[in-house]
Design a protein around this ligand. Structure first.
Ligand code: ASP
Length: 493
């Protein structure tokens, strides 16, 4: 098993988790008990009927009978949909259920969720230092390059434009296809039961994002953690370090690169645990929710793939054709070694040497442009990742709430997805690590990530190819724009 490539191990973990979870759900998700002893003080008798679709708890206190129902599929504001809500609304019923009423499938599912949660916690653990070192190292790599001001601006504009276009494509498709709502037919189109805290105006939302981009205390932002503040401050710090220049920037660069190397090693080690993480999390999901999850996951994979294909085959080629005046098919053929390496390695950083060689030797881009645009792009330009983050979070929200997030929340998702893609390191599953940022921004439970973990590797391969394809197109665009203006460009070699 150890010699097997990681994605095969993850697949095995996933299949094993699916089988065990499904078997448990089918064989042991129903439980019906009448209890007369070992009950919380004051309760004389209790009855629990538990199944994966509904839990009913009846109990008798002072001759008065109370019936509480937990219905995950309910769309009404007054109903109890989760066991967390049950604990808040009726602690007595919750205590009876937790002590005596859970079906075996739910008991095992809860334990698996706890163990799988350790894996998600480890991903959370590395996210802050990984973002800071990865982003800073990308920015500091620009040090010592003369006459790059204009090129920097163009490159940055290209990165931001294409990433935003990718996010828009993702949002559009996830709103159209609604992968997380495919299992329930009675779901309303709008979001009538949206919770109060989410009902802020668009201006408030935008302003809150701007405020977050100016942290009043960057160290507090790290401990919270507030990712938007962290990314904004890291960019400011990097840019001004470049301005200070000299030995300051060289020393910083050494330190950052060393830090990044260590963080990459830790992340890679954690990702090696992914097969176990996937196993426990998928077992938990299937044991408690049954096979309906598959239908949603299929729609989710389809949505991400369709959006990636649209961005890679329509948006980017159009930009390539109109701005860079290059034949998209020919260019793609020239870049094929890099695209295939990206697909099989799921790492933009790992693919970087191949991307640079392909761009310069096969696509005829100058070394000056390639060596500037690509290393920066491998770190901060991730169209595929940005798109994937947006789709994944909206999918999770659809599953969790049973409806689409409102526009103001979708804007937060778009902005944070952009930042998450900028902050993501170019290594396998980095997008998964960064998703915490967005889930946190829109108040979704982090453990919902467990549902999509199972299909992350295959989507990672696809989105990494799109990341590298966008970096490559960026070279052609920047080169074309630079050659149009004869100023500022001196050959380096
Ligand atoms: N694996 C991607 C990359 O290296 C990042 C991600 O996980 O989205 O480009």
């Amino acid at each position: 098993m150890r010699n097997l490539a990681l994605h095969w191990q993850i697949l095995i973990g996933m299949i094993a988790g699916c089988c065990i979870g499904l078997a448990l759900n089918m064989a042991a998700s129903e439980r019906s008990v009448t209890l007369t002893s070992n009950l919380p003080t004051g309760v004389v008798e209790a009855e629990v009927d538990d199944s994966s679709s509904l839990t009913v708890i009846r109990y008798l206190v002072d001759g008065k009978e109370t019936t509480v129902t937990v219905d995950p599929a309910s769309r009404s504001n007054d109903s109890i949909r989760t066991y967390k809500q049950l604990a808040q609304r009726d602690p007595l019923a919750s205590q009876i259920y937790n002590q005596h009423g859970k079906s075996l499938a739910k008991q095992v599912g809860d334990w698996c969720k706890k163990i799988g949660g350790l894996f998600l916690r480890m991903l959370q653990m590395v996210s802050v230092p990984l973002i800071i070192t990865s982003l800073l190292s990308g920015i500091l790599s620009l040090s010592g390059r003369v006459g790059v001001g204009k090129m920097f601006k163009r490159t940055l504009s290209y990165y931001l434009t294409t990433s935003l276009l990718a996010i828009l494509t993702g949002l559009l498709l996830v709103n159209l296809i609604r992968p997380g709502l495919q299992t329930t037919n009675s779901v309303p189109a709008a979001a009538p039961t949206i919770d109060e805290s989410h009902q802020t105006s668009l201006v408030d939302v935008m302003f809150a994002q701007i405020e977050a981009a100016i942290p009043s205390n960057p160290l507090a932002a790290i401990t919270q953690p507030n990712f938007l503040s962290i990314i904004a401050f890291t960019i400011i710090f990097g840019v001004f370090a470049l301005r200070v220049g000299g030995t300051t920037v060289t020393r910083l660069q050494e330190l950052t690169n060393a830090g990044l190397e260590v963080m990459m090693a830790i992340t890679t080690a954690i990702i090696r645990l992914a097969p176990f993480g996937v196993f426990f999390l998928i077992t938990a999901v299937l044991a408690t929710q049954g096979s309906s999850v598959f239908k949603s996951l299929g729609w989710y994979v389809l949505t991400v793939t369709a959006a990636l294909v649209f961005h890679a085959c329509i948006t980017l080629p159009l930009i390539l054709k109109i701005i860079a005046k290059r034949q998209p098919l020919e260019y793609a053929r020239a870049m094929s070694p890099a695209l295939l390496t990206a697909f099989s390695s799921a790492s933009s950083n790992g693919t970087l040497p191949v991307t640079m060689t392909s761009v310069e030797q096969r696509a005829g881009i100058s070394n000056r442009t390639g060596s500037f645009v690509l290393p920066l792009g491998a770190t901060i330009n991730m169209d595929g990742t940005a798109l994937y983050e947006a789709v994944a979070v909206l999918f999770i929200a659809q599953l969790h709430y049973g409806y689409n997030l409102p526009l103001s929340q979708q804007i937060i998702v778009a902005i944070t997805a952009l930042l998450a893609s900028i902050g993501a390191a170019g290594i396998p599953h980095a997008g998964l690590v960064m998703m915490v940022i967005i889930l946190q921004a829109v108040g979704l439970p982090l453990e919902m990530q467990g549902i999509i973990l199972a299909v992350d590797r295959v989507l990672d391969m696809a989105r990494t190819s799109v990341n590298v394809w966008s970096d490559s197109c960026g070279c052609a665009v920047v080169e074309a724009l630079d050659s149009q203006t004869s100023t500022a460009i001196e050959p380096t070699s």
